[in-house]
Write a protein that binds this ligand. Sequence first.
Ligand code: NAD
Length: 394
Amino acid sequence: MIVKPRIRGFICTTAHPAGCAAHVNQQIDYVIGQGDAADGAFGNVLVLGCSGGYGLASRIVAGFGCGAKTLGVSFEKAPTESKTASAGWYNNKAFEARAAEQGLYAKTLDGDAFSDAMREEVLETIKADLGHIDLVVYSLASPVRQHPKTEVLHRSSIKPLGEVLDIKTVHVEKGEVSNVALEPATVEEIADTVTVMGGEDWEYWMDALLAADLLAPKAKTVAYTYIGSELTWPIYWEGTLGKAKADLDRASAQIQQKLQSIGGDARVAVLKAIVSQASAAIPVVPLYAALLFRVMKEQGSHEDCIEHIDRLFASQLQPEAEMRLDEAGRIRVDDLELADRVQAEVKRRWPLVDTENLPELGDLTGFREDFLKIFGFGIDGVDYDADVDPQRIS
Ligand code: NAD
């Protein structure tokens, strides 16, 4: 079949097999070319949320930068004869194929990482194949979580707190800038968002690994968060998602204490805004990101997903790294996004930006290109008119 992007709101319902594979290979080539993530820094790495965005980038840097054996967990949709898979399914296949070429262990388990059954499967796989884990990367982003103890299905909300928020946003497809009124979250919606995106599941994972004695001495774990600029705080850091991320900080302190017994370390790492399946769904963020990307590109400090994670591993995670921590003990690699020079310019443009001048002040084109790349479209060297088998990556 010929696969073209089919966009519905902030999701693309098709993914290009060869395009996704080429995108993964580009990221692998970048990391190999950099050569700055310490080889041998981590022997065995578990990546929860390994198939896209920051989790995939982490798996690539761990595998191809540090030479680690990687076990990944993700929740992706397999293809059928007539329907493409989700992008992450192709990404996993491409990662595994490239790892196999290099004789590098890579196994992916597809299923619900929030479930006890998946935790059990992961523990069994570690026992059988790896023996222990040196680094656990927690990079799940999901709109729903079925709680493993109560079996209640919780849904997250992306809402402000307290009162209606009247704020600027952009319609990504149409390029129209307008104001939206966002209703505040109810108490239940806040609690549900914390249940889905907070730190409880990370704690469950680390408790299970510790109890099964599957963490190596001095094992590390890192979970990802976003704080961002004051411009997005009303919808992010001070909204429902921020409450969930505050809970991640709580969990980090708890896990840190428990890891004392093995001399381990648990950290939340604050990352920069990028385009991912998860972030494209957040109102306001695409407009902020369009301005941010333009300013960072003009000032020469822009990083894409893989560049950012390569820097995280090279400068903060490897054993000899001198971590740049904030007062809450989080690793900060959002320093370039939050640099005064960048933020002053983004904040100057924010009140000025409208539909007409967005192409001049912002980089919506770059945002859209990054969005399509997530689904394997717009990748150099891929023949998008070729007939492809949706069940194979090449
Ligand atoms: P993403 O949507 O690209 O990836 C999410 C991953 O989670 C995928 O691998 C998906 O398969 C997996 N997943 C979702 N539900 C699952 C389930 N039930 N079981 C197993 N796997 C499941 O997301 P992302 O943007 O890379 O976000 C990852 C983390 O990084 C999140 O904590 C997010 O808050 C954080 N972060 C993102 C940004 C950004 O701009 N995108 C910035 C800073 C921090």
